[in-house]
Design a protein around this ligand. Structure first.
Ligand code: HEC
Ligand code: HEC
Length: 387
């Protein structure tokens, strides 16, 4: 990691610890002198690639938009903004209020609570691995993280501000002005706020789970070495098999994996490195409500999109209960039971959803696979000190 990040990644004093992580991000704890010094560090404004984890691929930089390259100073500015409650009208809510690193970067509630205790209608998704997201929100109505970031600031029941008002407030804080000028060459603007927060989010990743090691080893499980094999190839194979052995999933999880990619057809939608096809499907969740949330339809107006929601990633899914866009399913077993019964009938149910006829053991195996094999380390983010 670059030195500027090390320089600023100093945890807030323990005496300020309280229930919510963003309560520990205190205004005025980062001085103008410290900010000047860190901006002057070599490399502070140079373009860098996201730091990944094993299993996520080598091409992470290709997911960063050309008009918003990452730099250490921009990521750091985004980190401060993400935890700063001054981005909300009454100063009580930050992004981290609903996407708290201590809670899998979500809020572990069925629906979220914004300023003045107001509740929204949907469950807060995690911000982990959003780098890969082709669209943002459950209904995909935002095309990028930049576009997404301004949504909650302006939302009357989330942060209750307008992005312009938020930018004007930041323009009165010298430490922020210095950083915006260094990073964007301008005073705080809604565009700069969005770009900095999106850049920070692109660095929050998770990978290196047991399934990643398993997949890497898969081609070698039944390989019979011969004398003609290249020694370098054999050495690599041994390394890969050793890693799998060190991170081996239980037999139950392995059976669950076979179900996930086989009989239970989960991978028809939860596919690829982030376990999502980035598409929208109707599973019938919440469709039996009096006024169902019509999901993707609200963004496209297309009949076939009624009640369809974006396929979420399943990496680290164990940390983000309750599940589904409305937080209506409390546990992973509840989710598996929902699929097993063939979803909830409605006119728009996906044709990929049908009764699975799983045994109790099979349902448990699927849950074990998700809990055990899809859980991996997440980028470690310290609570920032704030200007
Ligand atoms: C009051 C709670 C709340 C606050 C504050 C909040 N969010 Fe969210 N966030 C949500 C909810 C709820 C959704 C899902 C809404 C939807 O899909 O319609 C969401 C969705 C998202 C998504 C889309 C994730 C995905 O998988 O598509 C991202 C990214 C995100 N928020 C980042 C942020 C950022 C950045 C901020 C601060 C500027 C923020 N949120 C502030 C509750 C909140
Ligand atoms: C037709 C595509 C499709 C198939 C097949 C599918 N899923 Fe999903 N999955 C989705 C969508 C879409 C959602 C979000 C639905 C909603 O909120 O209304 C989802 C949500 C989930 C969630 C909750 C995620 C969260 O963040 O709340 C879990 C866990 C899950 N699926 C696991 C599975 C398992 C296990 C299987 C196989 C038994 C499976 N899925 C099969 C598309 C699919």
């Amino acid at each position: 990691m670059h030195s500027i990040l090390l320089f600023l990644l100093i945890a807030a004093p323990q005496s300020q610890v309280s229930g919510r992580t963003d309560d520990r991000a205190q205004p005025g704890t980062l001085s103008v002198e410290e900010i000047r010094a860190s901006l002057a560090e070599p490399g502070a404004l140079e373009t860098i690639a996201p730091e990944g984890f094993f299993g996520l691929g080598e091409d992470l930089a290709s997911f960063v938009p050309a008009d918003n390259p990452l730099s250490p100073a921009k990521i750091e500015l985004g980190r401060q903004l993400y935890f700063d409650k001054r981005l909300s009208k009454d100063g009580t809510v930050s992004c981290a209020t609903c996407h708290d690193p201590a809670m899998g970067w979500t809020d572990n509630a069925p629906v979220s609570t914004g300023i003045r205790g107001q509740k929204g209608g949907r469950s807060a998704p995690t911000v982990v691995n959003r780098l890969f997201g082709k669209t943002q929100f459950w209904d995909g109505r935002a095309a990028s993280l930049e576009e997404q970031a301004l949504g909650p600031i302006g939302n009357p029941i989330e942060m209750g501000f307008s992005p312009e008002e938020a930018a004007a407030r930041l323009a009165g804080i010298e430490g922020y002005v210095l950083q915006f000028e260094a990073v964007f060459g301008a005073k705080p603007t809604p565009d700069g706020i969005a770009k900095a927060i999106a850049s920070f989010e692109r660095t929050i990743l998770s990978g290196a789970n047991k399934n990643d090691y398993y997949e890497q080893a898969l081609p070698f499980f039944d390989y019979e070495p011969s004398e003609d094999d290249d020694p370098e190839f054999l050495a690599r194979m041994d390394r890969v098999l050793d890693l799998e052995r060190e991170h081996r999933m239980s037999l139950s999880a392995e059976r669950g994996r076979d179900l996930f990619f086989g009989k239970a057809k989960c991978s028809a939608c939860h596919s690829g490195r982030d376990f999502t096809d980035e598409l929208f499907h109707n599973l019938g969740v919440g469709m039996d409500a009096e006024k169902p949330d019509l999901g993707r339809f609200l963004a496209t107006g297309k009949e076939e999109d009624k009640g369809a929601f974006k396929t979420p990633s399943l990496r680290n899914i164990v940390f983000t209960a309750p599940y589904m866009h409305d937080g209506s399913l409390a546990t992973l077993m509840d989710v598996v039971r929902h699929y097993d019964k063939g979803g909830t009938k409605n006119p728009w149910l996906s044709d990929k959803i049908f009764p699975l006829e799983l045994t109790e053991q099979e349902r448990q195996d699927l849950v074990r696979f998700m809990e055990e094999a899809l859980t991996g380390p997440v980028t470690d983010v310290e609570v920032p000190r704030l200007p």
